[in-house]
Ligand binder design. Structure first.
Ligand code: GDP
Ligand code: ZN
Length: 458
């Protein structure tokens, strides 16, 4: 069966020094040859070479572009199919024209993510690796990028395969037991079940323990700044945004009904919620202080609670302490350049084991300590070391939790003396759930949906 040939522009849609049109499929070289003129046809070029030439409109004979074309012959390519990458050195219009010619000459416009989908369908990568590709494109910090890269390289897949293998061995034992009851391997089977089941549970737990950090790296940590009027919330926001690389995001804040801003604080991507309410000092909403805080705090994973060093604690302050209970919170006592009027011991008492940092945002003091506190709160230990695979994707986390539950059910069944074939149902279920992470046994509609989230040309 012929695999149809797809084409798309793989570089961002904007002005740039070069743009790339990517073509993949059985006929990729043939299609490209119809619009390419060089020393020799691309189909005669060696694989993995770059070839200089021109794009010529076959209908008019007009030269439209000067190009460098990468020839990548199956199977050692991104999609495992024949591939051609046409590097044009013009802007958007010329890249578009080359794409149009490729479409005229037999290629079909690729759907978003279709190149990566083909890599998956052709067995070069599994689903979690493909999802890693998407994360890689969207990574907002270097660390998020490393996590995604690990996933693309298959580190997570390898670990899951090991667990599935362990479960499979157990099932095999149970099968023998059911088929040959006279063999009387019951005792041994239960022992193996218990041993492998416990092993798998522990391993899943280890992965889930990385989930919180992994998810933060991938999605950002939703953060709110609260405090009475005039304590320095806007100043804090400005300081965080200006001292750190603001992260450009394509997620429109309006869909969440709050305006968001991303900043990268020592590798922790903060998603600052409700920055509109903080930015606009004239906003009457801000005068509502506590009321507003109550609303925004609901969605927050990190609360930055700002107090005024220059004033004694008020009831509103205490109320904000109460509101932030149950959230990770950092207390910021601001305006230390002014006279000491706050009772810092009461602050520490109210804070309990939550960190208290003192700042003078006016004089730019204490901001380093604050950033360090943010980092320590979420990344104890060292993130850079080790090739630990983080679980960062909500789909994966949900599946791992379900798999863990299935294994736990199996272990409990063993303990309560249930027949071995009952136990097998749970083990098989755990095996299937782990398989879904890497795309074994997932439904086709899910696959379509996952890949449709990709950008064009990937
Ligand atoms: P918000 O109402 O909580 O957003 O507070 P703002 O950030 O708008 O600050 C209120 C006022 O306090 C402004 O005039 C700031 O310049 C001032 N302010 C902020 N931080 C400090 C500080 O550390 N020391 C002093 N002396 N003034 C500050
Ligand atoms: Zn403000």
């Amino acid at each position: 069966m012929d695999i149809d040939t797809i084409a798309a522009i793989s570089t961002p849609m904007g002005e740039g020094a070069i743009g790339i049109v990517r073509v993949s499929g059985d006929d990729a070289l043939k299609v490209a040859d119809r619009l390419y003129k060089g020393k020799k046809p691309l189909s005669e070029a060696d694989s993995h070479t770059i070839n200089y030439g021109h794009i010529v409109d076959p209908k008019t004979g007009e030269i439209t572009e000067e190009v460098m074309v990468s020839v990548l012959k199956a199977p050692r390519t991104y999609t495992k199919e024949n591939m051609v990458e046409i590097n044009c050195h013009g802007g958007l219009i010329s890249v578009n024209r080359v794409l149009q010619l490729a479409l005229n000459e037999g290629a079909r416009l690729a759907e978003p993510g279709e190149f990566t989908k083909r890599a998956f369908m052709n067995g070069r990568i599994d689903l979690s690796q493909a999802e890693g590709v998407m994360d890689l494109i969207r990574a907002k910090t270097d660390r998020a990028m490393n996590v995604a890269m690990n996933q693309v390289e298959g580190k997570l897949s390898q670990r899951l395969q090991k667990l599935r293998q362990a479960l499979l061995e157990t099932v095999a034992h149970v099968e023998v037991n059911i088929d040959y009851p006279e063999y009387d391997a019951e005792e041994m089977t239960l022992e193996i079940l218990q041993e492998k089941g416990t092993f798998v549970m522990k391993e899943i737990d280890k992965l889930l323990q990385t989930a919180q950090q992994g998810k933060i790296l991938r999605e950002g940590l939703s953060t709110v700044i609260i405090g009475r009027p005039n304590v320095g919330k806007s100043s804090l926001l400005n300081s965080l945004v200006h001292e750190n690389k603001a992260i450009v995001t394509d997620i429109p804040g309006t869909t969440r009904d709050v305006i968001e801003e991303y900043v990268n604080v020592r590798g922790v991507p903060l998603r600052l919620l409700d920055t509109a309410g903080i930015r606009d000092t004239e906003d009457v909403v801000e005068k509502l202080g506590v009321e507003r805080s109550r609303k925004v705090i609901k969605d927050a994973e990190l609360v930055l609670l700002v107090l005024n060093y220059n004033e004694s604690l008020t009831d509103s302050d205490k109320e904000l302490f109460q509101l932030s209970e149950g959230h990770d919170t950092i207390i910021i006592v601001n305006k230390t350049d002014l006279e000491d009027r706050i009772d810092i011991n009461s602050v520490k008492e109210l804070a309990g084991n939550r960190p208290v940092v003192t700042t003078s945002l006016l004089k730019d003091e204490g901001v380093d300590e604050l950033e360090e506190a943010i980092k320590d709160l979420f990344f104890q230990g060292d993130l850079e070391t080790g090739d630990m695979s983080y679980v960062s994707n909500s789909r994966h986390i949900a599946l791992l939790n379900q798999a863990k539950k299935a294994v736990r059910d199996a272990l409990e069944a063993v303990e309560s003396g249930m027949p071995v074939d009952m136990v097998q149902i749970d083990i098989t279920r755990a095996w299937e759930l782990l398989g879904e992470v890497i795309g074994d046994s997932v439904h086709e509609s899910l696959i379509d949906q996952l890949f449709s989230q990709f950008c064009l040309g990937k």
